[in-house]
Each structure stands twice: as C-alpha cells, then as structure tokens.
Write a protein that binds this ligand. Sequence first.
Ligand code: GLN
Length: 216
Amino acid sequence: MREDALDAGESAAARAAGAPRVGVLALQGDFREHAHVLSGLGAEISLVRRPQDLDGIDGLVIPGGESTVMDKLARAYGLADPLRAAIASGLPVYGTCAGLIMLADTVLDAIDGQQSLGGLDVVVRRNAFGSQNQSFETDLDIPELGEPPVHAVFIRGPVVESVGSAATALATLPDGRVVAVSQGSLLGTSFHPEITGEHRFHEYFLRKVRARVDQG
Ligand code: GLN
C-alpha cells in the first residue's frame, strides 16, 4: 500500500514537473536501451516486471527481443491480462520489433501457442525477411517525422502484412511492405530506433503520452 501511495505521489510530482512517467517492459530484450533514450528525453522511467509496476505510469514501451519468450514470461508473471487491460483503457504504448508483435491483433508464424496482447489493428508476420536477409539497415522516408530519413536497423524483424481500418501506416520499405504503424495512442515499428541514436520515434511517442496526460 505504502509503496503504491509513494508511486502515485511521485507520478503526480513528475507530471507537475512536466516529466511523464514511462514504463518499460523489462521481462526480456533491449529494455535498457529504451530506458536510456527515454530518460535522455526527460521522461521518468519505471521498469515493469510485475502487475503493480503498471500503477501510475503514463505510457509504456515494449522493447525488442523475442516475442515468444516475452509472451511466456508475461503470462507466467500474471502481467498479460493487466497489460491488455491497460492497453484497452487507452495507455499509450510503443512496441519495437518483438514489441510490435506483442501489440498486433494477429500474428502470423507464431509458435508454441504464442499469444499477443493485441490493440493494434494489424496483421504482422514474425521473422518476415527470411534467413538470407534477417538483419539489415536501410533509410526510410517517414513524412510524419520529416527530414532527414530515418536510418532503420532490422534484426529478425516482423513486417505488417495488413493494416486494418483503425491503424495507419507510417513507414514502408521501397517494395511497399509496411514497417511502422500508428493507431491512436499506440505505435509500433519493425525496426529498432533505440539502438541507432534515432530519437524521433521516442519523441513522437512522448507527444502521444503528454497528450494523454493533458487529457487527464
Ligand atoms: N524475431 C523476434 C520475435 O519474433 C523479434 C526480433 C527483435 O525484436 N529484434 O519476437
């Protein structure tokens, strides 16, 4: 109880200071890189490992890693349903790579009974680039983020095979495949801005977080 009260108080103070509190799902994957970028942009960071860690956060990042493992751990720690409830209640969430898979309503090439959290009205395919081209880098023109193009690093990433009516494609490869999507407070990228010094996606996400905080 006391810890919860403290958390709520700190969150209110962070808001008053203009710093949103952003949770980073820290079950597995490159959560430290996200925490580093977000704190550099002025956010207060909470690592999320237990359901109570969701209390008082204004937004959440789901990192890259391995979605099958993240799914298993989220269910084992009793986090999957609280995460689904948080997404349904409008919490801003940004997923990169495995995080995008976790946010997708439908996952193709899922294995071992893998479940996603859902929320994003998209169909993604895991490991979509095949064994010859699992990892690569390319520059993407993303009108929403302006110039210069985003240098995008793909590491065994998914592609968005179809974008439902609720979601919007933000970035496509030259062959037309969608690799970044937005839907209200949700954001997902197939690639990893957190490891390239590219901060515009995190800034874009923090704008969604602040808009939601301002709504009350
Ligand atoms: N291939 C991984 C998965 O299916 C994602 C890889 C990543 O996040 N870099 O979850």
